[in-house]
Design a protein around this ligand. Structure first.
Ligand code: AMP
Ligand code: MG
Length: 713
């Protein structure tokens, strides 16, 4: 079974027009990508499908329509109502009786009651979501008529696989499908009648050659992927139709769809009861989606930050390599649309659904023709009537020796392979004249010359920026799998701290400068900030805050209290409870970098001094958080520029100086290297990064300047 286009329909029996949750959703997947539509009424949905069928037949795109309701009832109903077993007889019976209007008024309850009257006892249909009683339609489940099945074979096959399709008999209540079948079957029957000989309803009719096949779907086969999409904010029904359309199309492309059209049921029952795509074979459908990451990603190893015995001072690059080796993504994934995905990190490669451009087109405004019929010297070609413009293709053929007016972005009409710019032509409206020779295929773009369908557009780990959204959209990529933003807890410690600038302050008190700074940095890196507050130097308080933070953060940044002094409670606490490692990194500014795990959550203990906290956050926290968030290990490259300062640098530590570029592109540094000078951070636009060896820097000596922008802030 091969289709070029798959439409998946989630139906609704609502008594009034409705949108959003539990209304009608239609997703269409084909070479143009995946799109979903919310439709307010059943008749409007029928009209949309009618248009889709007409378009698919005209464009020779074989279409599968899969709608989510039972297409038939268990053996017994059709025979009693119609005198024959075949399900299409039941379709006709319903189509003759069930009415619907353009404001969704329907009589399906009366029809169900009429069906019940054919049975002794109360009959099989039950459930009434309305206030008014309906004679002949019990509100609660009646005694089921003997000799009439409760479930169809396909539903039982689903139940064996742990899914719970409901019976067609139940018309109201959570998950009930009966009302949808009673309103949906007549709609499909009308569509089938509107395209005689073109539409086959499977498995009741032979579907091997029909240009349009209608088959039943059950949209609960892709639970995990749907959950991830709804976590991203999408309505469940929309997520279901999108994912099932994507999966069915992808199975069609890989030749796997045949498995779903192979029911495990004898032919005669099949013609009565039907079968839904994927009954008893949910894993085949699941395997067609890009593999979703596990819902709970693995935690870091408890001792992952431990350094080997005897290691004393660690150079910055060694520390970074070491961190890189032990960190991995700790956040879950979601499936969302490109328009929701700015700043998010891809959890799976994004693959082009469609080529860009999708068809050969014109790169300029001008005249198009077949190159083979042109030569050297003045070329005079008669002009065709009509033109080709973007979005308005020319339907005819351009014969050799003729030209056609063509505008930028227009698909090349049949017969055209070359375009001359209008600036290089003269025309009187009937003939176009230009100088030959022209190069074959000049001023045209090949199909897929930018990117071909199937190519990897962007790799996993890539953080999506505005131009990436243009690329994904152009390539028809309707959904991407991304990591949920990392939740980063931030807390400050110190008895001297005051939270709110402007609050009355005693001379021994200072305002907490680190929390707003770190929160701003973390936000700029695309993570979610969780403010864990400003804490006294009290082990019990800090312990409680870390424990609470660890329940809803993926990582925690602390500042202050990280050395080995009397009041350095962070170090003490982490050592006692949290698998602490103190890395004595050979850098300035920056006291020891404290790395630990608190109940499995990585904690980065930054120095209290704002200058040191800033620099250590840039150098270590930024790549570390990126790796935890599922992103690339990003290190800034910087640029080599002449120094505008002199400095005699001692050997041993890597130094980061607050710096900015002068008008002529030299790096000047802040007047004081004092680590208390917060104003220098603000004065600067970047850092000068001086490697570990001793150096005599004079004005003009090349130094590495790394802008704040290069650090992602
Ligand atoms: P600590 O690492 O706790 O010994 O702090 C080192 C220095 O940084 C001390 O002068 C602290 O007062 C100062 N400091 C610590 N935390 C902050 C903060 N959140 N805002 C401003 N200064 C701080
Ligand atoms: Mg302190």
């Amino acid at each position: 079974m091969i289709f070029d286009r798959v439409a998946v329909l989630d139906w609704s029996a609502s008594g009034k027009p409705s949108r959003g949750k539990d209304s009608i959703w239609l997703a269409v997947a084909d070479a143009d990508g995946l799109r979903a539509e919310n439709i307010a009424t059943r008749l409007a949905a029928q009209a949309t499908l009618h248009t889709l069928i007409t378009d698919s037949i005209a464009r020779k795109r074989r279409l599968l329509i899969a709608a989510d309701f039972a297409y038939a009832a268990p053996v017994g109903l059709a025979q009693t109502l119609t005198g024959q077993r075949h399900a299409l007889g039941l379709w006709d019976w319903l189509a003759h009786r069930v009415t619907d209007t353009d404001v969704n008024q329907t009589n399906y309850r009366q029809v169900a009651a009429a069906a019940n009257s054919h049975f002794t006892g109360e009959g099989p249909f039950w459930g009434n979501g309305q206030k008014a009683d309906m004679p002949g339609l019990p509100r609660t489940k009646p005694d089921h008529p003997p000799d009439l099945g409760e479930y169809r074979a396909a539903e039982l096959a689903g139940r064996q696989g742990g899914l719970w399709p409901k019976t067609i008999w139940q018309l109201a209540g959570a998950g009930a499908v009966g009302a949808q079948s009673l309103t949906g079957i007549p709609m499909l029957a009308r569509l089938r009648a509107a395209f005689p000989g073109q539409v086959a309803v499977w498995p009741f009719e032979d579907a091997t050659a029909a240009p349009v096949v209608i088959a039943e779907a059950y949209l609960s086969l892709l639970g995990d992927a749907v959950t991830q999409m709804t976590a991203g904010g999408m309505v469940r029904d929309q997520a279901q139709v999108r994912l099932h359309a994507q999966a069915f199309l992808s199975l069609s492309q890989t030749g796997g769809l045949g498995r779903l059209f192979t029911p495990v049921q004898p032919r005669d029952t099949l013609e009565t009861e039907g079968w839904y795509l994927g009954a008893g074979a949910a894993q085949v459908v699941q395997s067609a989606l890009p593999r979703a990451a596990p819902l709970t990603p693995p935690r870091l190893k408890n001792d992952c930050f431990a350094l080997s015995q005897g290691v004393d001072w660690v150079p910055v690059d060694t520390a970074l390599d070491r961190l890189r080796g032990v960190l991995h993504p700790v956040t879950t994934t979601q499936i969302i649309t490109p328009s929701q995905a700015l700043g998010r990190i891809l959890a799976a490669p994004a693959t082009a659904v469609r080529s860009n451009p999708p068809a050969p087109n014109a790169a300029v405004d001008g005249y198009g023709f077949a190159h083979a019929t042109t030569g050297t010297g003045a070329q005079r070609l008669p002009l065709m009537t009509g033109r080709a413009a973007a979005g308005q293709p020319f339907a005819g053929v351009v014969p050799g020796g003729h030209a056609i007016r063509i505008l930028t972005g227009a698909i090349l009409p049949e017969g055209v392979d070359t375009v001359v710019m209008e600036e290089d032509c003269a025309t009187d409206g009937a003939t176009v004249v230009f100088d030959g020779p022209v190069k074959p295929r000049s001023n045209t773009r090949n199909a897929g010359e930018d990117m071909a369908a199937g190519a990897i557009a962007l790799p996993a780990g890539h953080r999506l920026r505005a131009p990436d959204l243009a690329l994904l959209t152009a390539l028809g990529i309707g959904t991407v799998s991304v990591f949920r933003p990392l939740r980063v807890g931030i807390l400050s410690t110190g008895d001297e701290l005051l939270a709110t600038p402007g609050d009355p302050a005693a001379s021994h008190q200072i305002y907490d400068a680190n929390r707003p700074m770190l929160a701003g940095m973390v936000t700029g890196w695309g993570h979610d900030v969780v403010d864990l507050g400003m804490l006294r130097d009290d082990p019990a308080i800090i312990c409680a805050a870390l424990t609470q933070g660890a329940t809803h953060c993926d990582a925690i940044l602390t500042s202050g209290g990280a050395s080995a002094g009397d009041e350095d409670h962070i170090s003490t606490l982490l050592r006692d409870h949290g698998a602490l490692s103190t890395w004595r990194v050979a850098m300035k500014p920056g006291r020891p970098l404290v790395l630990a795990q608190w109940n499995g959550v990585p904690v980065f203990g930054l120095p209290g001094n704002p200058v040191a906290a800033f620099v250590t956050a840039l150098v270590f926290a930024r790549p570390a958080l990126s790796a935890l968030a599922g992103g690339e290990w990003t290190l800034p490259r910087g640029i080599m520029v002449p120094a505008a300062f002199a400095k005699s640098k001692k050997a041993g530590r890597r130094e980061y100086l607050r710096a900015r570029l002068t008008a002529d592109g030299h790096a000047e540094v802040f007047a004081s290297e004092g680590s208390g000078r917060i104003s220098g951070l603000s004065w600067a636009t970047g850092l000068v990064d001086l490697p570990e060896p001793a150096a005599d820097i004079a004005p003009g000596t090349p130094v590495r300047f790394i802008s704040y922008a290069d650090y992602g802030i």
